[in-house]
Write a protein that binds this ligand. Structure first.
Ligand SMILES: [Zn+2]
Length: 279
C-alpha cells in the first residue's frame, strides 16, 4: 500500500513533465495556428527562422514583436542611435520578406537597446498583454527564461524572456489590465503552447528539421548587414558585394546546429497553463 501510494505520487509528478515534453503534433505538421514571437532585438528571430518560415508556408499566421529598436548594436563610430534603429527596422523587414512573412506582421515596441531591464516593467507587460489579447496566439515563441540565467544571459534577452512569460500569464486574467477589456473591447486570452528558443542544450526537448529552409534562413540572416558582416564596424548600406555575402553566409552556416548532418533548430516546448510555465 505504502509503495503504491509512493508510486502514484511519483507518477502524478512525472505525468505533467511527460505531457510537456513534445508537441502532440510535430511542429513540421502544424497548420492554421497563430504564432507570436517576442524578442528583444530585430534579429532575435534568428534562433527560429527556419521554423518560422516553414510555419508561415504551412498556413500558419506568424507575428514578430521586438521590444527594442536595436539602436545600440554597432561598433561603427559613425552611426547614431536613430540611424541604427532605422537600419535595423529595414533589415528585419527585409529578413521577414525573405521568409515570406508579411512585413506588417512586424511590431516594434521602440525601447532602447541594452536598457530593457530598466524600463517600467508594468508598462511593458501591459503593452505585451494588449498585443497578446489582440493577436490571440495559439503559440508563443520566446527566449527561454531558464537559460543559464543565473550565470550570464544577455540582459535584454533575460528581461525579454521574463516579460514575455509574465505577459502570457497576465493575459489570461480578465481582472489584470482590466481597462483593455472594459474600454478597448479586448478579451482575456490564454496561450497554451510555448516554443522557447535559445535554451540550454540539456533543456531542448524538440528539434525541428529545417533542411528545406536552410537556404532561406541563410538568405534572411544575410539581410542583417549591420550585425553579421563588415557593416558591424563600418556600415556602408544594405547591400553586400556578392563575395562578402557568400563569406557571410559561410560564416553563418557554422553557427547552425545539426544533428547527424540534418540542419535543425532546437527548442524547449511547453504546453499547459501559463501559470505553470517553467515548472
Ligand atoms: Zn538579441
Amino acid at each position: 500500500m505504502m509503495m503504491n501510494r509512493r508510486l502514484l505520487s511519483l507518477m502524478l509528478m512525472v505525468l505533467p513533465l511527460v505531457a510537456a515534453a513534445q508537441p502532440e503534433q510535430p511542429i513540421e505538421q502544424w497548420k492554421g495556428k497563430t504564432i507570436l514571437l517576442i524578442g528583444a532585438h530585430p534579429d532575435d528571430d534568428s534562433y527560429s527562422m527556419g521554423t518560422l518560415a516553414m510555419l508561415n508556408d504551412n498556413g500558419n499566421e506568424v507575428y514578430i514583436a521586438m521590444l527594442t529598436t536595436g539602436n545600440v548594436g554597432t561598433q561603427d563610430p559613425d552611426l547614431g542611435m536613430m540611424d541604427l534603429a532605422l537600419i535595423r527596422k529595414q533589415e528585419e523587414q527585409s529578413a521577414l520578406a525573405t521568409m515570406g512573412i508579411p512585413t506588417d506582421h512586424y511590431i516594434n515596441f521602440g525601447y532602447d537597446d541594452g536598457m530593457l531591464e530598466y524600463e517600467n516593467k508594468k508598462e511593458v507587460v501591459s503593452r505585451l498583454v494588449r498585443l497578446i489579447r489582440q493577436i490571440r496566439p495559439d503559440v508563443l515563441f520566446a527566449f527561454d527564461p531558464g537559460k543559464g540565467s543565473q550565470r550570464w544571459h544577455k540582459a535584454d534577452h533575460r528581461t525579454a524572456s521574463y516579460l514575455a512569460a509574465d505577459a502570457a500569464r497576465a493575459a489570461m486574467w480578465p481582472l489584470l489590465f482590466q481597462g483593455q477589456i472594459a474600454l478597448e473591447g479586448l478579451k482575456a486570452h490564454e496561450v497554451r503552447e510555448y516554443v522557447l528558443y535559445d535554451s540550454a542544450e540539456e533543456d531542448i526537448n524538440t528539434w525541428v528539421d529545417i533542411s528545406d529552409y536552410k537556404e532561406k534562413k541563410l538568405e534572411a540572416l544575410s539581410k542583417y548587414v549591420s550585425q553579421f558582416s563588415s557593416g558591424w564596424n563600418d556600415y556602408k548600406g544594405p547591400d553586400l558585394s556578392p563575395e562578402e555575402k557568400a563569406k557571410v553566409k559561410e560564416m553563418l552556416e557554422q553557427w547552425f546546429p545539426d544533428r547527424n548532418g540534418v540542419p535543425v533548430e532546437g527548442f524547449r516546448y511547453y504546453t499547459g497553463s501559463p501559470d505553470d510555465i517553467g515548472r
